[in-house]
Design a protein around this ligand. Structure first.
Ligand SMILES: *[C@@H]1O[C@H](CO)[C@@H](O)[C@H](O)[C@H]1NC(C)=O
Length: 380
């Protein structure tokens, strides 16, 4: 899996880079100004559009008949974006319809039941509040701005938590309101002094803390901590002091290598070497082919056995190979299964990115919305 190795190396560099507080430059703000995107159908169907502080839910071939606002109304608008912008600025406007043939913007004072109407595009004003989804599902991310799409009120998201391989979240960006709704889980990525020196402060209010990232792997995103016994000694020194009656600690997150010195074998030896440690749940990663649903399930079950009955967190998993369609099938098979297993506490698909592999990226390449996989992961 050399491609994986290279990409995860890049990702680990990004995770380290995220240790630097994020201060948006004007360029960042432009890039993240979602109102600049051009809405088109069918690709914008069931996505969200932000205009100023307001968020609209886009429907293709959707009409809301009647309930028009008083004059001025029915103004010319060159695009659905422009129409949403007019509605956002008009007090009392709760949505608008935009027929493709007339390109007029019909502002609504209330919304009738949505009906299907060919070539009418519509936007429905959303509550601008953000909520925490209910579920075990998490976000593995580097760009905090994109967590927003999973926290928009009213979309029944199953996403409730997030992880960025560092011990602190990047809340400096303008989606802080969304960000604060998701449970950020700090991670002590390795034994490096710039990480161990800040973990106690950064994890002060955390209910769960994740330990070393792939200590069983050198390169490819692994923290390469040596033997399981060495990893146990670092755990005793840097993780154990974080254990309190209200804070739970995860094991180092191991790869799914089948080598006798890595993967679940490493985890087993770690737990033996750390038998005096507080390890409240075990953390694992899995990468495999999209068709290997049974292999994935078996691996998660094996982790539960190795963990001696501890609950399991799959803090990274993804399809190393497979098309987007095959990956959607993989998600349709494993997500309900994970949700149904009592011994699976949390999991995070890899991940909230827009530039790695089509079957990994939950965010569109321009950063403006969820991909098909993202939509599935958000609510299925
Ligand atoms: C971190 O772990 C590596 C691998 O075991 C070791 O060589 C290094 O000395 C450790 N550093 C600290 C600060 O513990």
């Amino acid at each position: 899996m050399s491609t994986i190795s290279i990409l995860t190396t890049i990702l680990s560099l990004l995770s380290i880079a995220s240790a630097v507080p994020f201060t948006p430059s004007s360029t960042d703000l432009f890039l993240h100004d979602f109102s600049k995107r051009a809405l088109t159908c069918p690709s914008s169907d069931k996505t969200y559009y932000t205009s100023g502080t307001k968020v609209f839910y886009i429907g293709c071939n959707v009409n809301y008949a009647g309930n028009d606002m008083p004059s001025p109304n029915g103004q010319a608008a060159g695009s659905l974006d422009a129409c949403m912008d007019i509605c956002a600025k008009r007090s009392g406007c709760v949505g608008a319809t935009w027929p493709l043939n007339t390109k007029k913007c019909w502002l609504k004072k209330s919304l009738s039941t949505a009906t299907t109407k060919t070539d009418v595009w519509a936007g429905k004003l959303q509550s601008t509040s953000y909520v925490q989804g209910k579920g075990k599902r998490g976000l593995a991310y580097n760009n905090g701005a994109w967590t927003k799409y999973f926290a928009i009120a009213g979309q029944a998201s199953k996403v409730s938590w997030m992880v960025n391989w560092y011990s602190k979240s990047t809340t400096a960006d303008f989606t802080a309101a969304a960000h604060s709704k998701l449970d950020f889980v700090p991670m002590l990525w390795s034994n490096a002094s710039d990480l161990t020196s800040v973990i106690a402060t950064n994890a002060a209010s955390a209910k769960n803390v994740l330990a070393f990232n792939e200590p069983d792997q050198c390169g490819g995103g692994g923290s390469c901590l040596g033997t399981p016994q060495q990893a146990a000694s670092y755990y005793k020194k840097y993780m154990q002091p974080l254990s309190t009656s209200t804070r739970r600690l995860g094991s180092p997150a191991v790869t799914n290598s089948l080598s006798s010195s890595a993967g679940l074998a490493y985890l087993a030896d770690f737990l033996t070497a750390c038998s005096s440690c507080t390890v409240d749940f075990v953390a694992i990663h899995w990468y495999g082919d999209a068709s290997d649903v049974s292999g994935f399930k078996q691996h998660v079950q094996n982790a539960y056995s190795v963990g001696g009955g501890r609950k399991v967190w799959i803090t990274e998993f993804g399809c190393a190979s497979g098309t987007v369609a095959q990956t959607k099938d993989f998600m349709r098979s494993v997500l309900p299964w994970l949700d149904a297993q009592g011994f699976v506490e949390r999991y995070a698909y890899f991940g909230v990115f827009n530039q790695y592999q089509d079957n990994w990226d939950l965010i569109s390449s321009d950063g403006s919305k969820l991909t098909e996989l993202g939509v599935l992961y958000n609510t299925m």
